[in-house]
Design a protein around this ligand. Structure first.
Ligand SMILES: Cc1ncc(COP(=O)(O)O)c(C=O)c1O
Length: 398
């Protein structure tokens, strides 16, 4: 199937078929090419391949057929010109930012970032002479005012981790472009099914494939997507030469994950929306945030920008940290884990886990209170999940 034909299919079909490279054996499932290197028919062929005068693989740090299948499937799904897979989501984020800057440049990022992304922007980039400014992502004036003549890129995630704030990607992309900068969007929380940042004007999209794309808690992975030119100019050589490459085995697991992404994410989102309704009716819950509900703080942007809600629900229990801990400890079906997007429902207390490094004032600014919990809804029955939550709320003396 040609690449252009694959792009005309709907996401459900692309998730199963796009990018498949069938070997001479005609296998139905994608082959796992667990190989480090490749042999050449002749010395001349080796020379020509290294000079890019002949197509073919050279070494699996550069590329590998199973990894190529994953990259092409992701590019078709995202509507991107090209994709490069990485070993983790953090490798994807780091490559997307580092690939665009050099010492003396400047990056603007939204404050509401996943903890390790914040480290990259605030600590690592400045160590290499790249200044960074953090802004309140929903204040468009702050983005405008942060721009300097040397600003190269903007970086944001939406919905944010863990407060599920939704940022106006189109408006922020326009500000970036007016300043001669690019926009990188971490789209982990919405998945490619519910939000398409490239269509909204972003130049680059990154994923932790560890989350919904695997979705079954097995392996780590990441991917960077953009136009063919963006990937060639900023990403291709950096990945080949520094080596944050995805293992073919993990690429194979992720390909299998993609096959079921749509059914899993839709089911988990439907359940999460109902869990949000149940939580909103609980007197022990003082705040509930769920994209798609009319009471979401950026309901208008959600409506404009997203095609679905979220598999995640953020809420605050009355009684602060002690109550949040008692509630988590009383849960039996939902397990305590900082991971998300899994088939198993997982809960975390961001103030003491993913965002514990932040000062209390910075957490307060991001809406991460001591009573806040982030629930990643899995594939269990809604009735069993709400029974577990109700029982744990009752048992936790809130
Ligand atoms: C929004 C977001 N971006 C990036 C990452 C990093 O992904 P990984 O753990 O695969 O490196 C995470 C992980 O939780 C995340 O939630």
């Amino acid at each position: 199937m040609s690449a252009s034909a694959q792009r005309n299919y709907r996401p459900e079909t692309q998730l199963v078929h796009a990018g498949t490279l069938r070997s001479q054996f005609g296998e139905t499932s994608e082959a796992l090419f667990l190989t480090q290197g490749y042999v050449y028919d002749s010395a001349l062929s080796a020379e020509r391949r290294f000079k890019n005068e002949e197509p073919g693989y050279q070494y699996s740090r550069f590329s590998n057929p199973t990894v190529t299948m994953f990259e092409q499937r992701m590019a078709a799904l995202e509507g991107a010109g090209a994709a490069r897979a990485t070993a983790t989501g953090m490798a994807a984020v780091t490559t997307a930012l580092m690939g665009q800057v050099r010492a003396g440049d400047h990056v603007v990022a939204s404050k509401a970032l996943f903890g390790s992304c914040l480290y990259v922007v605030e600590d690592h980039l400045p160590r290499y002479g790249v200044a960074s400014t953090l802004v309140n992502g929903n204040d468009l004036d702050e983005w405008r005012k942060a721009v300097r003549p040397n600003t190269k890129t903007f970086f944001l995630e939406s919905p944010t981790n863990p407060a599920l704030e939704v940022l106006d990607i189109q408006a922020i992309a326009e500000i970036a472009h007016a300043a001669g900068a690019t926009l990188v969007v971490d789209n982990v929380f919405s998945t490619p099914l519910f939000q398409r940042p490239l269509e909204l004007g972003a130049d680059c999209v990154v994923y932790s494939a560890t989350k919904h794309i695997d979705g079954q808690g097995r392996c780590l992975g990441g991917v960077v997507l953009g136009s063919e030119k963006f990937i060639q100019d900023h990403i291709h050589n950096l990945i080949r030469q520094t080596g944050p490459s995805l293992s073919p085995f993990n690429a194979w697991v992720l390909l299998k994950g993609l096959e079921t992404l749509c059914v899993r994410v839709r089911q988990q989102t439907d359940t999460a929306a109902m869990v949000a309704v149940a939580l909103s009716e609980q007197p022990k819950v003082s705040r509930l945030i769920y994209p798609g509900r009319p009471d979401h703080p950026q309901a208008d942007i959600v409506h404009r920008q997203m095609r679905g809600g979220s598999t995640l629900v953020a809420f605050e229990v009355k009684g602060g940290k002690a109550a949040a801990f008692r509630f988590q400890d009383a849960l039996k079906l939902v397990r305590i884990s900082n991971n998300l997007g899994d088939a198993k429902s997982l809960i975390t207390h961001p103030a003491t886990t993913t965002h514990q490094r932040l000062k209390p004032e910075a957490r307060a600014e991001l809406g991460i209170s001591d009573g806040m919990l982030r629930l990643s809804v899995g594939l269990e029955s809604l009735a069993d999940l709400t029974a577990d939550i109700d029982r744990a709320l009752a048992a936790s003396r809130i």
